[in-house]
Design a protein around this ligand. Structure first.
Ligand code: NDP
Length: 350
């Protein structure tokens, strides 16, 4: 849940421009051993999250990214390689680096395949995924493609009926392209857990209880204590329905593209603890190739108008786009404790 802290003591913040935040992130990642391409790709997704006020995938992640580089789990000098497995299937071997550079490396081949075939898939392998999925989906929408993205993680979520971690938080992203002049495109990107792990951690950091239904403690009993949830198990959203979506993501990533299931991820990783090791499946569909070449955009606009006629309804992604417009003017405000961590990770200016 990408929310503004709403309970407990007010959190002291430090104002930063996006450029300042970017510079700190680049310094910290480079200092931890990443080369320029890897540091820039990871920084881009974190700064995009800060820009859109998605705290759980912004600079809050920097410490984890740095830790993965310094403890040898993640290759900071990864050189991802693209391979065409079938006319509509592109694979990228991520060279055990972080996923953003692997996606960047395979993006143009995926877009080209989708424009040619009408539908195409990108199988990202041997990466560590620690980010939100909407950047991938938005990159496809910028090319007028409809996009889906899925990734598994490490065991954190109990399957419906169980009380022990088995599934990852297994997010899925979807977006449908839209003329930017008409308004922000609909994009949803959600964990199959009731709450993303990063948000449970942020609740723990800020001393705030999580809502009921987010998880169970080590004793298997429901709790609103985020630390107990972190030690116990998170729960899927919507009971068995979210559990089935988590299962779908496991199969798409673990079986379809041959990457570790969440329960295998830690054993397949090298080095110390950190970001989940495994794969990501990205699908791209070209609406212009599905039989209504001239009409899909108008049809979608009519649909949005009908949907948004109901008071209180908004498109998924609208919050991020509104935040994007705001932070472009005002910059961002980091919690002071996070700012101090980021500055310490960045070290002295070189
Ligand atoms: P949220 O519950 O915060 O949001 C899920 C989606 O619902 C968003 O697209 C959001 O759009 C949309 N939404 C929220 N409220 C409304 C509303 N009132 N009307 C319409 N749409 C709405 O997401 P999660 O906590 O489940 O996940 C957060 C992030 O964590 C995701 O980006 C996900 O990819 C990431 N994640 C990454 C993992 C990894 O291993 N890499 C693992 C698990 C999660 P909007 O943004 O506009 O509010």
């Amino acid at each position: 849940m990408n929310e503004t802290p709403d309970a407990g003591a007010p959190v002291e913040t430090v104002a930063l421009t996006l450029a300042e935040a970017e510079a700190l992130s680049l310094r910290a990642l480079t200092r931890a051993g990443a080369d320029d391409a890897n540091a820039r790709a990871v920084t881009a997704v974190m700064i995009a999250a800060e820009r859109d006020i998605c705290a759980s995938h912004g600079l809050f992640r920097l410490e984890g990214y740095v830790q993965g580089l310094t403890n040898g789990r993640v290759n900071g000098r990864a050189a991802p390689k693209v391979e065409r497995l079938a006319p509509g299937v592109v694979a990228v071997n991520g060279d055990r680096g972080y996923a953003p550079l692997a996606f960047e490396t395979g993006r143009s081949a995926l877009i080209e395949a989708a424009k040619t075939q009408g539908i195409a898939a990108l199988a990202i392998r041997d990466t560590h995924h620690f980010a939100a999925l909407w950047p991938e989906v938005e990159a496809l929408m910028a090319a007028d493609l409809c996009g889906f993205a899925f990734t598994a993680a490490t065991p954190m979520v109990a399957p419906a009926g169980g009380a022990r971690p088995f599934f990852g938080t297994n997010p899925m992203g979807f977006g449908f392209p839209r003329d930017p002049e008409a308004g922000p495109p609909p994009v949803f990107d959600q964990a199959s857990a009731a709450m993303a792990r990063g948000d449970v951690q942020i609740h723990a950091r800020d001393g705030r209880p999580v809502p009921e239904g987010v998880g169970v403690g080590p004793d298997g009993l429901p709790t609103t204590d985020p630390n107990a949830v972190l030690a116990g198990a998170q729960l899927p959203f919507g009971g068995y329905k979210g559990s089935s979506l988590a299962l779908m993501v496991e199969l798409l990533v673990g079986a379809l593209i041959g990457q570790p299931f969440s329960y295998e991820s830690d054993a397949a990783a090298r080095g110390g603890p950190g970001a989940p090791f495994g794969g990501e499946l990205v699908l791209a569909l070209d609406p212009a190739r599905f039989g209504d070449a001239g009409g899909w955009r108008t049809r979608a606009e009519a649909f949005y108008a009908a949907l948004l006629a109901q008071e209180g309804v908004r498109l998924p992604g609208a919050r991020r786009h509104a935040n994007r417009a705001k932070t472009a003017q005002s910059g961002i405000a980091l919690p002071k404790s996070l700012y101090d961590t980021v500055v310490a990770l960045a070290g002295p200016k070189g």
